[in-house]
Design a protein around this ligand. Structure first.
Ligand code: CO
Ligand code: CO
Length: 350
């Protein structure tokens, strides 16, 4: 059991396991309605990162869960990545996490309990970084390994950040690089070059703490984290929810490795990319149509524990740049695009 390769036990990887936006819409489409709850500030009416419940004291409770199958072979790192990814939805609402509960599915006939212990230890290490207890959980015997967290957080209601409140003129920022789906697929196919081996894991284990700090800026109009639907998918959710369109500058989007394009050309494209594209490709336009396939493969690449996508007014931009530099995010201060008035394409890629 020393050299278990966790990804061999899973059919999908990380947020690439997510059900596509199109099928999710189908599942959630129902005439069975729930009575409205006046305390529910964010719920099923929008496609946001977490549910938000007004505690009637100026504060709201944020509640979210994320779990998936292994995206890396190392069990400790799998626990760290799944946990950083789950906690991210609290940061994406501008909140501070307070408490986490673990969700574990384990093929007990195939994988030793000691391997699951490592997953949970990885999770604990990230919870310590986030300053929250891992306070319990639930486990089942399942055909594939699954891990994730249910996380609660708190937010001052005036500082709550939604994903459907972007405004024309807002600049778009992204706090992590794009391409972890391509790199992890290249690794599975044995194509990944040595110098690229830890790039994806290292980035996926970084907490999006900057979200809590950005919540204090009123000019940050909208925020979400980029996960399984890819940068384009989450930007489309933001734009559609806000009743606006967006322009994305491909050359300004940071890619995780210089060789990302080579890996794409070698066929390292996760299945999730095309599932994403089938769902929303018709909402995307390209200025340079010759590059549309390459751009699609990078911009619709499913991310796991991706960065925060932030829509910020031009006036506030100057202030958050200072904060981002202090937080070590100077690489990501250049805007990747802009929100514009609604047009016939939801996102135009330049
Ligand atoms: Co999210
Ligand atoms: Co989520």
């Amino acid at each position: 059991m020393e050299n278990v390769k966790l990804t061999q036990y899973s059919h999908g990887a990380g947020c690439g396991c997510k059900i596509s936006p199109k099928i999710l819409d189908e599942i959630l489409h129902s005439s069975f309605s729930m009575p409205d709850n006046k305390n529910l500030l964010v719920g099923n009416h929008s496609k946001d990162d977490a549910a938000v419940y007004d505690l009637n004291n100026g504060t709201a409770l944020i509640s979210t869960t994320d779990f998936f199958m292994p995206i890396v072979d190392d069990p400790y790192n799998f626990g760290r990545i799944a946990s950083a990814n789950a906690i991210s939805d609290v940061y994406a609402m501008g909140g501070k996490p307070i408490l986490a509960i673990a969700i574990l599915g384990w093929p007990i006939n195939l994988l030793a309990p000691s391997v699951a212990t490592k997953v949970i230890e990885g999770s604990k290490s990230i919870c310590i970084e986030a300053g929250i207890p891992l306070a319990g959980g639930h486990s089942i015997d399942s055909p594939e390994p699954i891990f994730g967290l249910a996380v609660n957080g708190l937010v001052n209601i005036e500082h709550l950040k939604k994903n459907n409140t972007a405004q024309p003129g807002d600049l778009l920022l992204l706090t992590k690089k794009i391409g972890v789906g391509i790199l992890t697929t290249a690794e599975k196919k044995g194509l990944l070059q040595d110098e690229d081996i830890s790039l994806a894991s290292d980035q996926m284990m970084v907490l999006n703490k900057i979200g809590s700090l950005l919540s204090g800026f009123s000019g940050v109009h909208a925020m979400t984290d980029v996960t399984g639907f890819g940068l384009l998918g989450h930007l489309i959710e933001m734009a559609e929810g806000s009743g606006v369109s967006a322009v994305l500058e491909f050359s300004k989007v940071h890619i995780i490795s210089e060789k990302l394009i080579n890996y794409v050309e070698l066929g390292s494209v996760p299945g999730g990319t095309n599932r994403n594209w089938d769902s929303y490709g018709h909402k995307v336009g390209f200025t340079d149509t010759d590059k549309s396939i390459l751009y699609k493969n990078i911009l619709a690449d499913p991310q796991t524990s991706g960065g925060l996508l932030v829509a910020v007014s031009k006036e506030e931009y100057r202030n958050i740049v200072e904060l981002m530099k202090e937080e070590g995010l100077e690489q990501h201060i250049e805007p990747i695009g802009e929100i514009i008035k609604e047009t016939n394409v939801t996102v135009l890629v330049n």
